[in-house]
Design a protein around this ligand. Structure first.
Ligand code: FAD
Ligand code: SIN
Length: 521
C-alpha cells in the first residue's frame, strides 16, 4: 500500500463513500474504516431520506420545517442549499443503484415523520440506510482508483504540530497533511500522507449509556479535529430519539422508526393513555426534542421505565410490508406488533453539532474537509428535522468533492513528517482501567448531561469528567496505542466539548434544555 494518497477519506458511511466516488476521477483515493466497510451508522438508518419530490410539497415548505425544528438557529443559506439540491441528489442515488420504494403508479412512495408538514421521506421499507450503503459500497469496491483499508483506526490528524511547530486554535494557517492510523490486525501504526483529508467518521452516541448508534460512533473525528485545533460548535445539541425499543441490556438500542408515528402509531402511557397532546398540538408527530422531553417528563411523573407506542391504527399488512425489520425484531423478543404495543424509551441518537464547515465541506484547517454527522454545516440548528441527516451527507459530501477536486492539483505532499512516536510506551495489561472509565463517562453524561440539564448537573459532570480526563491522558501517554484507549480518549474529549458548550449556552432552546433557563418556543 502506497502511503501517499491524493484523497484520504476517514469513514466508509454514506458521506465518505459518496465523496470517494466523486473525487476518484481526479486522483488516488484511500478510505479508512475502523471496522468493516459496511458497519456504519448509515447501515442502521431506518426511516429514510427527506427530499422534495412532488406537489403539494415544495422547497419552501421543507426549508421552513427544517428551520422550525431547529428553533431558528440553523444557517439559512445552508438550509436552502441542502433542500434546493435534495431532488438532484436523490436522482443520483437512484441512478447509482439505490432502490427506493415506489407506488404502483411508479412514483416514489413518500412517508411522513415528526416536524414535517408533508409526506417527503423516501425509504426502502424500514431499512433505508442498509440499502443506500449496499449500493454505494458496490460502486466503491468496483472502482479502480479507490482502495479501502478496513480495520484501520485513524488516531490523529497530521499538522504542523508534528513538524515541531506550536499550533494555536486561532492560527489561520493550520494545514492537514494526512493522518496516523492503527492497523488493528498487525498493531502497526502507519503514516498516511494526503493532499486532502476528508473526515466522515460519523457520530458520538456512545458517550451515553443508551444510544441507537453502533459501537463505532465514539466521536473520533470530532476529537481528532479538536486536538488538531479545528473550530467546533453546537455540540450541546445532542438529539435523543424518542422511540428506541425498551429492551434492557441491548446495545445499541434498537430503533423504532419515527415513520411508524407518521403511519399512525401513537405514544401512550403504560396505562394506555395518550399524552402528547398535553405538550404539543402536533401530538406524537411533534419534532423530536419536544417528544423526547415529553416522554422524559411522563416517566419522571409516573416512575415507569417506558411508555408504549400503540400501533393499533396501522393495518397488519402495512406493518408487515413497510416495517418488516421492526416486526421481526419485536417478534424475536416476544412482542407481536400487529397486536401488541411496543415499549419505548428515548436514546441518544444524533449530534447536531460538530466540526464547523462551510457550504463546500471545508473546515477551519486547510485541506481538511468534513461531511456527514461529524460536520456542523449549520443545517440542523438546535434540533435536526427527521431524515435530514442522510440528506445532509449526500449534499455536502458532493459539494466537498467538487471543491477538493479543484484544489488537489495545487497541493504538494508535506515532507519531513515523522513516524508515530511510541517511545517509552508499554502494553497496557489492565483493560479494567479503560472499561471502568468508559462506564463512568457514560454514566456522567446520561445522568447529568441528558435530555434535561441544570447548571449544577453540568458543573458536577465537568468536575467528574476532569478526573477521568487526567487519568486517561496519563494512561494514553504510557500505553502502546490500542483501539480501546483511543476511543476512550476521544469520547472524553467529545464529552468535554458537549458539557462546556452546554455550560456556555445561557438559555434553553431546541435540544438543549436547562431547567435554570426558561424554555423558549
Ligand atoms: P457513519 O455512517 O456513521 O460512518 C462512519 C464511518 O467512519 C464508519 O465507516 C467508521 O468505521 C468510520 N470511522 C469512525 N471513526 C474512525 C476512525 N477513528 N478511523 C477510521 N474510521 C473511522 N438519518 C436519516 O436521515 N434518516 C434515517 O432514517 C436515520 N435513521 C437512523 C437510525 C439509526 C439507528 C441511527 C443510529 C441513525 C439514523 N440516522 C438517520 C442518522 C444517520 O444514519 C447518520 O447520521 C448518518 O448515516 C451518518 O453517516 P456518516 O457517513 O456521517 O457516518
Ligand atoms: C427514524 O427512522 O426515526 C430515524 C430518522 C432519523 O434519524 O432521521
Amino acid at each position: 500500500m502506497n502511503n501517499k494518497v491524493d484523497f484520504l477519506v476517514i469513514g466508509s458511511g454514506m458521506a465518505g463513500l459518496i465523496y470517494a466516488l466523486k473525487v476518484a476521477p481526479y486522483g488516488s483515493v484511500c478510505i479508512l474504516s475502523k471496522i468493516n466497510m459496511d458497519e456504519t451508522a448509515t447501515s442502521y438508518a431506518q426511516g429514510g431520506i427527506a427530499a422534495v419530490m412532488y406537489d403539494p410539497d415544495n422547497y419552501e415548505k421543507h426549508i421552513q420545517d427544517t428551520i422550525n425544528a431547529g428553533a431558528g438557529l440553523n444557517k439559512e443559506h445552508i438550509v436552502r442549499i441542502a433542500i434546493n439540491e435534495s431532488t438532484e441528489r436523490i436522482k443520483e442515488l437512484a441512478e447509482w443503484g439505490t432502490q427506493f420504494d415506489k407506488e404502483s403508479t411508479g412514483k416514489y412512495s413518500l412517508a411522513k415523520e415528526g416536524g414535517h408538514s408533508e409526506f417527503r421521506i423516501l425509504h426502502h421499507k424500514d431499512n433505508t440506510g442498509n440499502e443506500i450503503q449496499r449500493a454505494l459500497s458496490k460502486k466503491v469496491r468496483n472502482h479502480p482508483n479507490i482502495s479501502v483499508l478496513e480495520n484501520h483506526l485513524a488516531i490523529d490528524l497530521i499538522t504542523q504540530h508534528h513538524l515541531g511547530k506550536l499550533v494555536k486554535r486561532k492560527d489561520k494557517d493550520i494545514t492537514c497533511y494526512g493522518a496516523y492510523a492503527l492497523n488493528k490486525n498487525s498493531g502497526k501504526i502507519i503514516t498516511l500522507l494526503a493532499k486532502t483529508t476528508m473526515l466522515a467518521s460519523g457520530g458520538i452516541g456512545n458517550i451515553y449509556q443508551t444510544t441507537t448508534n453502533p459501537t463505532l460512533s465514539t466521536g473520533d473525528g470530532v476529537a481528532m479535529a479538536y486536538r488538531a485545533k479545528a473550530q467546533i460548535d453546537n455540540l450541546e445539541f445532542v438529539q435523543f430519539h424518542p422511540t428506541s425499543l425498551y429492551n434492557p441490556g441491548e446495545k445499541p438500542s434498537f430503533l423504532i422508526t419515527e415513520a411508524m408515528r407518521g403511519a399512525g402509531a401513537e405514544l401512550v402511557t403504560k396505562k394506555g393513555e395518550p399524552f402528547m397532546h398535553k405538550y404539543d398540538s402536533r401530538g406524537s408527530l411533534a419534532p423530536r426534542d419536544v417528544v423526547a422531553r415529553a416522554i422524559d417528563n411522563e416517566l419522571k411523573i409516573s416512575g415507569d421505565e417506558f411508555v408504549f407506542l400503540d400501533t393499533g391504527r396501522i393495518s397488519k399488512s402495512e406493518i408487515i410490508n413497510h416495517f418488516p425489520t421492526i416486526y421481526a425484531k419485536c417478534l424475536s423478543i416476544g412482542i407481536d406488533i400487529t397486536k401488541d404495543m411496543i415499549p419505548v424509551v428515548p436514546a441518544a441518537h444524533y449530534a447536531c453539532g460538530g466540526i464547523i464547515t462551510n457550504e463546500n465541506g471545508q473546515t477551519s484547517i486547510h485541506n481538511l474537509f468534513a461531511a456527514g454527522e461529524v460536520a456542523n454545516t449549520g443545517l440542523h440548528g438546535a434540533n435536526r428535522l427527521a431524515s435530514n441527516s442522510l440528506l445532509e451527507s449526500a449534499v455536502f459530501s458532493h459539494r466537498a468533492a467538487i471543491k477538493a477536486s479543484e484544489l488537489v492539483s495545487n497541493i504538494k505532499y508535506e515532507t519531513g513528517i515523522p513516524d508515530w512516536n511510541d517511545e517509552g510506551t508499554v502494553l497496557n495489561e489492565e483493560m479494567i482501567l479503560i472499561t471502568q472509565s468508559k462506564k463512568e463517562l457514560q454514566s456522567i453524561m446520561s445522568n447529568y448531561v441528558g435530555i434535561v440539564r441544570s447548571n449544577l448537573r453540568l458543573k458536577r459532570a465537568l468536575d467528574r469528567l476532569n478526573i477521568i480526563y487526567e487519568e486517561t491522558e496519563d494512561l494514553f501517554d504510557k500505553s502502546i496505542v490500542s483501539e480501546p484507549i483511543c476511543e476512550l480518549r476521544n469520547m472524553i474529549n467529545v464529552a468535554h466539548l458537549v458539557i462546556r458548550l452546554a455550560m456556555k449556552r445561557k438559555e434553553s432552546i431546541g435540544l438543549h434544555c436547562n431547567i435554570d433557563y426558561p424554555i423558549l418556543k
